[in-house]
Design a protein around this ligand. Structure first.
Ligand SMILES: Cc1ncc(COP(=O)(O)O)c(C=O)c1O
Length: 447
């Protein structure tokens, strides 16, 4: 552990087993964040950094929003918890109505979960419950996509397609899951926005349906833009074709909008941005601006009706045997409502849309850096892919460290740098992100 500045370092770092972290390396030289305000973070050494990934895509409204913290603390004083099973409180219904106003038409039944992973897990279960309700209980298969990320529960891990996340756990993954190929195509290098080529990759779903029987497939899940793998933007026509194939075989389509939801593309949801309507949408992260965990599954009304109508359970018994102790807890709902107010008051999705070309242009100016092998992006999300060095992930992590030292913080996945600025960014903040990325990447190249 570093001894240079221990002021903000706890006495022991040993007990906390950190998630998705190289614990051994981190604990020798920790990076601890002590303060966050607006688009800036401060670390334990007092260094100020610009937050170029909105935390983990969580805080598009910026850090330390008073409206949110005040709403949460007021709520906690009045009602800190109430059980969500066969009881409730008004706020969760109010938030559901507000969310349903922004989701695509017809997708207006809101199930609260705890996070993105539990939203995906819930969507998987609702798909099965819906088919059973319709008398179609043979549909047990799910289709995901290579390089997809849907969270870390068993179901979400299985439908995901990132190799390191699945290989240790192969023995416990869900049976009957197939994966379409990803759309990380060589000709998409340095393409801005949606690539013109690659729509044919959607035919993988048709092929899986032919091989395994479309009538056995419950649902297909994709991120409209694959985020964690480094921003894979869907080829033009790709999502529409996936929808057509789903319709042909009676397969439900789930859009995992945990990252793309709430304005990241410039529309409330990527579904609206790309003009393709799924049957369910999962969301989390920006739903509360990241301050309190909350996930959501927005479900087509007719699916909700089918599950409720088919239930023959006695009064007081749930129609769907699923839920969480923390489904729609008051503090998360209070944060969610405050976030909705800010979305509306500050016209936040349009703000993201307007800033997007400036951000995307800025990102592509980094094309000349010699270790950068691809840049992709859409809306307020982008991925910079570094040339692999010896083993996957090494170049990405080393670049991240140089950028951190240069004063720009973000997340890397493997060799991809994930850049997702906050929607409150002004042009000067985008310039600062791009300039510091240039410095960090250049320093990495020299190292
Ligand atoms: C698309 C997508 N789905 C699901 C998840 C899982 O969310 P959580 O970490 O809140 O469980 C993530 C997390 O990054 C995600 O990007």
């Amino acid at each position: 552990m570093s001894t240079s500045n221990r002021t903000n370092i706890p006495n022991s770092l040993n007990e906390h087993w950190m998630p998705f972290t190289d614990n051994k390396t981190f604990k020798k030289n920790p990076r601890l964040i002590t303060d966050a305000k607006g688009v800036y973070l401060t670390n334990h050494q007092g260094k100020k950094m610009i937050d170029a990934s909105s935390g983990l895509f969580c805080n598009p409204l910026g850090h330390g929003r008073k409206e949110i913290t005040e709403a949460v603390s007021k709520q906690l004083e009045k009602l800190d918890y109430c059980q969500p099973f066969n009881q409730g409180y008004g706020g969760s219904f109010e938030l559901a109505t507000r969310i349903a106003k922004k989701t695509p038409e017809g997708i207006n039944r809101i199930f609260y979960t705890i996070c993105g992973s539990t939203a995906v897990e819930t969507a998987i279960k609702i798909a099965i419950a819906y088919h059973r309700a319709k008398g179609d209980s043979k549909r047990f298969r799910f289709v995901g996509r290579e390089r997809g990320y849907h969270g870390m529960n068993i179901g979400a891990t299985t439908v995901g397609g990132m190799i390191n996340n699945v290989k240790t756990f192969a023995s416990v993954l869900m049976p009957g899951v197939q994966h379409m190929r990803h759309t990380h195509l060589p000709e998409h290098k340095f393409v801005k926005g949606q690539p013109d080529t690659g729509v044919e990759m959607a035919e993988d779903l048709e092929r899986i349906a032919m091989n395994f029987g479309g009538e056995n497939i419950a649902a297909c899940i994709v991120e409209p833009i694959a985020g964690s793998t480094g921003t894979l933007v869907p080829p033009k026509g790709y999502l529409k074709r996936i929808r057509e194939i789903c319709d042909k075989h009676g397969i439900l389509l789930i859009f995992d909008e945990v990252i793309t939801g709430w304005g990241r593309t410039g529309s409330a949801f990527a579904s609206q941005e790309f003009g393709v309507t799924p049957d369910m949408i999962t969301m989390a992260k920006a739903t509360t601006n990241g301050v309190i965990p909350m996930g959501v599954v927005a479900v087509k009304e007719e699916m909700y009706d089918a599950v409720l109508d088919s239930s023959k359970n006695p009064e007081g018994t749930p129609e769907l045997f699923h839920g969480y102790t923390y489904s729609g807890i008051p503090a998360a709902v209070a944060a969610g409502l405050a976030v909705q107010d800010i979305f509306d008051k500050e016209d936040i999705f349009n703000r993201a849309k307007e800033m997007s070309p400036y951000f995307q242009d800025g990102l592509h100016t980094l094309k000349d850096l010699k270790e950068v092998v691809s840049i992709r992006g859409y809306g307020m999300m982008g991925g910079i892919e570094m040339k692999m060095k010896e083993k996957p992930g090494k170049a990405g992590f080393q670049t991240f460290k140089h950028c951190y030292d240069a004063g720009v913080n973000f997340k890397n996945t493997g060799d991809s740098l994930i850049i997702a600025p906050q929607f409150i960014c002004e042009k000067k903040h985008i310039d600062e992100i791009i300039n510091k990325l240039r410095t960090g990447i250049t320093n990495y190249s020299k190292s």
